[in-house]
Design a protein around this ligand. Structure first.
Ligand SMILES: [Fe+2]
Length: 526
């Protein structure tokens, strides 16, 4: 448990929300849920005046929106390329109801997942948002109040929801085998229709072939085979050290699975997939059943634990797993990864200590300097059978940020270009790295703007790696948070946006986003 006082913890949690979220955003079937209908005379929810006390996301996240929107033909300033045709999907936490007073300051990542889509075609943009109808959303909708307690701690829930999935589907989404899959790493995906955003399955198991209780928010797609490769950690239950790894063919049928054991039950937010290998970075953001039984938040940062990179062969039985350790780091997102013979390279963003102030440190105060994220290149030599250490190199040490991405068409392959969200007192930015030239170029919109994650959009289906646009949401502090969707040309990233979709309000918050070319989407009914 934390050695800090409650006041210290509360203060740090608030500071942490502001710092981190500056980067991150800057007909219900009762029978299906098994939840009794709301009793006549149930008191209306007392909505808090202080939006920071909403629990599971507050005004700091720009996330208390609660309104599902259809906005046809948005205002466009500048010129959207005529041949840009596709959908930009994004998701983030948007609390459906404020939590009870006891959990009013729960972490920002426990709000219900609100999915939005910017459908871009012929210079026009239509905007649509829908909540993911998770089991949790449906139960709370029926009861007209919050029923779930603290982030990833079911001992804090209302007894009426025992046995329901706690998944919020608020972290990331992917489009594969015709389904928009929406993720929270504590639960299986939720499937949505990619055109209507109607939820089609609140507990998606890939036709029953998926065996884990959890599924990462960061699967990968092999561009050479169309396979979907993914995993779940704490896969056999809360605080378990089990990792489930699986892949599906391009039709979503599970074609490989295996189980491995982690060194301890630590967070594994993302993972790396190459053509030959899969790698997991286990960080000292750890949990155990005692924490959960005590009603604490799921994770705490235990600086006495090593960080480990585990490497396993793709398609194998998992018995070849090797765990490498070295400099203790907290890395969350993978920028890119590849294998060169028996060498495995994994690029991640990360800091030298806890990066999430909303999860307590067990032994020391939160250190904002050490929390700064930089691009770290891990190298594991599988040819050396005795090696138990990874090498790690810090790339572009002058550039700090989070939410690393790449041209997603280069998942599993050697890659040249990476992207990172930058943040700081002078305002945020998007960086584009050219690893071949060891150069970083930056788009910096100034201190008035909070930028959400950058997602890469290929210029067209024949475009080379990194040739296209960065797309994402920019919120303007001076305009009460009003949002633009902006498009930046990667050939001239420092020139700023070539087009802005001017939204009349602040759009729902975002953790991650995903671009789908129109050619991959179902045809819109006429
Ligand atoms: Fe993530």
């Amino acid at each position: 448990m934390s050695s800090r006082s409650d006041d210290d913890q509360s203060t740090n949690e608030l500071r942490g929300r502001r710092a981190f979220l500056g980067a991150v955003t800057a007909g219900v079937g009762l029978a299906a849920t098994g939840v009794a209908p709301v009793q006549a005379g149930s008191p209306p929810v007392q909505f808090p005046g202080d939006r920071m006390t909403f629990g599971g996301g507050g005004s700091a996240a720009g996330a208390v929106n609660r309104s599902e929107v259809d906005l046809f033909d948005c205002e466009v300033d500048g010129h959207l390329p005529d041949d840009l045709d596709g959908a930009f999907f994004r998701v983030g936490p948007d609390p459906q109801y404020p939590k009870s007073d006891k959990y009013a300051r729960d972490i920002v990542f426990d709000g219900e997942g609100h999915v939005s889509m910017f459908r871009i075609s012929g210079g026009h943009v239509d905007y649509k948002t829908r909540y993911a109808r998770t089991q949790r959303w449906k139960a709370q909708h029926a009861a007209r109040r919050s029923l779930f307690g603290m982030y990833r701690n079911p001992t804090t829930d209302d007894p009426s929801v025992a046995g329901l999935s706690r998944g919020t589907a608020n972290t990331q989404l992917f489009y594969h085998h015709g389904k928009l899959l929406v993720y929270k790493e504590d639960s299986p995906p939720v499937a949505m229709d990619p055109l209507t955003l109607a939820t089609t399955d609140d507990y998606y198991t890939f036709g029953g072939g998926f065996k884990s209780l959890t599924h990462t928010a960061h699967p990968k797609i092999d561009p050479l085979t169309g396979e979907y490769i993914s995993f779940g950690y704490e896969a056999k239950g809360l605080a378990s050290d089990d990792i489930y790894i699986f892949s599906t063919d391009k039709h979503g049928t599970v074609n490989w699975e295996t189980w491995i054991k982690a060194p301890y039950a630590g967070m594994i937010h993302d993972f790396a997939v190459t053509q030959k290998h899969i790698a997991f970075f286990v960080i000292p953001m750890a949990t155990n059943v005692e924490r959960i039984r005590a009603g604490a938040v799921h994770f705490a940062y235990d600086s006495t634990l090593p960080s480990y990179m585990g490497v396993v062969r793709r398609g194998g039985d998992g018995k070849d797993i090797r765990w490498f350790t070295g400099q203790q780091l907290m890395c969350t997102h993978v920028m890119g990864a590849w294998s060169d013979g028996e060498m495995v390279y994994v690029d991640m963003d990360g800091g030298e200590a806890n990066q999430f102030p909303f999860f307590p440190n067990l032994y020391e105060p939160f250190d904002f300097q050490k929390a700064a994220g930089r691009v770290r290149r891990f190298k594991m030599n599988l040819a050396n059978k005795r090696s138990k250490s990874y090498e790690v190199e810090t790339l572009y040490p002058e550039v700090t940020g989070a939410l690393a991405r790449q041209d997603d068409r280069f998942h599993t392959l050697p890659y040249r270009y990476g992207f990172l969200n930058l943040f700081g007192p002078a305002g945020g930015g998007w960086a584009m790295f050219d690893h071949q030239k060891k150069l970083a170029k930056v788009f910096a919109p100034g201190a008035d703007v909070n930028l959400a994650e950058a997602t890469f959009v290929p210029r067209n289906s024949a475009a080379g790696e990194g040739d296209g646009y960065l797309i994402g949401v920019a919120d303007h502090k001076s305009e009460n948070g009003r949002s633009d969707l902006i498009l930046v040309d990667t050939q001239h990233i420092d020139a700023g946006p070539i087009a802005r979709v001017k939204m009349p309000y602040r759009v729902v918050g975002q953790v991650h986003g995903f671009w789908v070319p129109a050619a991959q989407l179902p045809q819109m009914p006429v």
